[in-house]
Design a protein around this ligand. Structure first.
Ligand SMILES: *[C@@H]1O[C@H](CO)[C@@H](O)[C@H](O)[C@H]1NC(C)=O
Ligand SMILES: *[C@@H]1O[C@H](CO)[C@@H](O)[C@H](O)[C@H]1NC(C)=O
Ligand SMILES: *[C@@H]1O[C@H](CO)[C@@H](O)[C@H](O)[C@H]1NC(C)=O
Length: 342
């Protein structure tokens, strides 16, 4: 029969492969090397300090080392004690089994919902200037928060992080309202430029470490520094408002501010966040990335920051991690007030 022959041949072939594999395994076991059941001998790998010609053993050893590292990291990161933190505490998954759909729903709902109401967000009303601002950068000027008082007393300080975008309306309005404004922008021509009584430009880019891939991408030559370093060098203890429009570098910058506790020196945060891709140096599958973003924002909430304004940029594509997302935008502007801040 024409159909029986290939079948028989297939079975014989499989048997052959199986016995060959068994033989190989037996031979290796006799040589006291490895077999699936045998555990790699770690001390030998660790002691020799150089590449050992047994790839399986090395892989297992580095795997075990990584596990130890994660464990000790967790121990150090326990709340209640002020120790250096190396990672953000991740929130539980949004659903029993990780799913991008549930992560996205939870995250989008979170960034679309104000947590505290703010009645006065209109800077123009301060000066009787009715010119509407082009972008949705909002600060809270309610009397119960310090910003309005510090503006009146000319004690206010704004740091603005940008990457060569031209829209300076918000900065100019704040400077005209009496705030000392420092704009950090790697694309300007001189190291420091003063424009007007209250407005400075600095050729610096704020980073979470060196060098910033966002800057490399723009092919700009400039200094990059962490925000904590800039504060020390300028001798500034506090920032009333931190504005950031940094094209997807915002996630790692925010992480750095949280891990180094710099965020506690800031009164209000106004961040443009981008969600059409994970952002610079954010890795993992899609659900992991969204969970990480969400966990970052929950850390702010834990530090008593409250979202008082959220703006969805409808001129941008409706995309989340390169996928179409109904009724979302790839770009939001979020404003928080630090309710602990005095
Ligand atoms: C801001 O205040 C000005 C002046 O009081 C007013 O004309 C304008 O409509 C206000 N804008 C918003 C968005 O409330
Ligand atoms: C994404 O990665 C995480 C952690 O590595 C894993 O637990 C999860 O199942 C993955 N999710 C999907 C949808 O593949
Ligand atoms: C779209 O999202 C907004 C929040 O950004 C929400 O208020 C609105 O109900 C949503 N619309 C639909 C049709 O889901």
């Amino acid at each position: 029969m024409p159909k029986e022959r290939p079948l028989w041949r297939g079975a014989a072939f499989r048997l052959c492969v199986l016995s060959a594999a068994l033989l190989l395994c037996l031979q290796l076991a006799v040589r006291r090397s490895w077999c699936p059941e045998e555990r790699p001998r770690l001390p030998a790998v660790a002691a020799s300090g150089r590449a050992v010609p047994q790839p399986r053993g090395t892989a297992a050893a580095s795997g075990r080392r990584r596990v130890t590292y994660v464990r000790s990291g967790r121990r150090g990161g326990r709340p209640g004690r002020k120790t250096a933190r190396w990672h953000i505490e991740l929130q539980p998954w949004a659903s029993p089994t990780p799913s991008l759909n549930y992560e996205a729903l939870r995250f989008l709902k979170y960034i679309s919902t104000s947590q505290i109401s703010c009645e006065h967000m209109n800077l123009s009303s301060l000066r009787g200037n009715s010119e509407a601002m082009k972008r949705p950068w909002s600060v809270c000027l309610d009397e119960r928060f310090s910003l309005i008082h510090r503006l009146r007393n000319k004690q206010c300080r704004l740091y603005s992080l940008g990457l060569g975008n031209d829209d300076n309306q918000f900065e100019i309005s704040m400077a005209n309202s009496g705030c000392e404004v420092h704009r950090f922008d790697p694309s300007i021509k001189s190291a420091h430029i003063q424009e007007g009584q209250h407005l400075w430009y600095h050729r610096l880019s704020v980073d979470w470490r060196d060098p910033n891939p966002a800057i490399a991408a723009h092919k700009l030559h400039s200094n990059t520094k962490k925000l904590g370093t800039i504060l020390n060098e300028f001798g500034h203890q506090k920032i009333d408002v931190l504005k950031a429009d940094v094209e997807s570098a915002e996630w790692k910058i925010l992480e750095n501010l949280i891990l180094e506790d710099v965020v506690e020196q800031i009164g209000q945060l106004v961040f443009e966040v981008h969600i059409h891709w994970p952002g610079f140096e954010v890795s993992g599958n899609d659900s992991t990335v969204v969970r990480y973003w969400y966990s970052l924002l929950r850390e702010l909430e834990l530090k008593d920051f409250r979202l008082f304004h959220t703006y969805k940029d409808l001129s941008k594509p409706q995309m989340l991690l390169k996928k179409e997302a109904f009724n979302a935008s790839s770009c939001y502007t979020l404003s928080w007030v630090n309710t602990r801040w005095k």
